[in-house]
Design a protein around this ligand. Structure first.
Ligand SMILES: [Zn+2]
Length: 259
């Protein structure tokens, strides 16, 4: 049976999760920013690493690749970018990959906004979304436009509701605090805060979430909600509602950067 395990990494600085998928024999990992905890897990469970999946070039997602490849002669899937020389198999929008040993198939979509090359892996009811989507939030807009970021999130929002969302960071609790500034009356969001606090008190991950939960609580996926639009109007001192959802997204992203 397939197991999907979050390995905490760079804890206290970036609070990454490196996701390992394995069946007790073979494994793949997503965005290994640090090799040490991954090697420890693989060796403790006597797993053979078949492949590494990469979403984008940030060091906290790729720095573990060289050391892992010293031990395992594994293929590395990742975006078509010269800035990730450790990728052995470049992939992009419309491609798919198959991990036959684990019975997995992922479709690749291009999700710019955080960084231009960012891709996401979708398959088997799972989404590995790197830093484009977080629990109740989204990544920083390092090199991108609000329009493309918003479009990327809209594409993810269109996935089946029960798709499990495997984000790369444990940021849910602070994201919920911001979301409640935007939408204090949202009952699903209030419930999510209670659930999240209970998990974190036990030092448990708040992920994966689901597309349903993100659509119900994540302000960056709710740019048309009247309460959010009203908050943005007040914050920007606007007399009339913003022209479109992208303007709301832009204001939310800037507001989040200030928090
Ligand atoms: Zn990143």
């Amino acid at each position: 049976m397939l197991e999907i395990i979050p390995i905490p990494a760079l804890t206290g600085t970036y609070d990454n999760y490196i996701w390992i998928l394995h069946d007790g024999v073979h494994a793949i990992v997503v965005d290994p920013g640090d090799a040490t905890p991954v090697l420890a897990y693989l060796q403790a469970h006597r797993l053979d690493l078949l492949a590494i999946l990469v979403t984008h070039r940030h060091g906290d997602h790729i720095n573990g690749i060289p050391k892992l490849r010293e031990v395992y002669n594994t293929r590395v899937y990742g975006p078509r970018s010269e800035m990730i020389p450790t990728v052995t198999h470049q992939i992009g929008e419309g491609d798919h990959i198959e991990i036959d040993e684990l019975g997995l198939r992922f479709d690749i979509i291009h999700v710019p906004g955080h960084l231009p090359e960012h891709i996401a892996y979708i398959g088997n009811g799972m989404l590995f979304c790197g830093d484009i989507l977080f629990g109740c939030g989204c990544g920083k807009m390092f090199v991108g436009t609000p329009a493309e970021f918003h479009y990327s999130l809209q594409r993810l929002a269109a996935l089946p509701d029960d798709t499990k969302v495997y984000c790369a960071h444990e940021y849910t609790e602070s994201n919920i605090r911001f979301a409640l500034l935007c939408e204090p009356e949202n009952i699903a969001l209030q419930q999510r805060q209670r659930d999240t606090r209970a998990l974190r008190r036990q030092d448990l991950p708040t992920l994966p979430s689901t597309i349903t939960l993100e659509k119900a609580t994540n302000p960056f996926m709710r740019c048309a909600e009247p309460e959010i639009v009203a908050k943005v109007m007040r914050r920007l001192d606007l007399a009339a509602p913003p022209m479109d959802e992208i303007a709301v997204f832009t204001a939310l992203r800037a507001w989040r950067d200030d928090c």
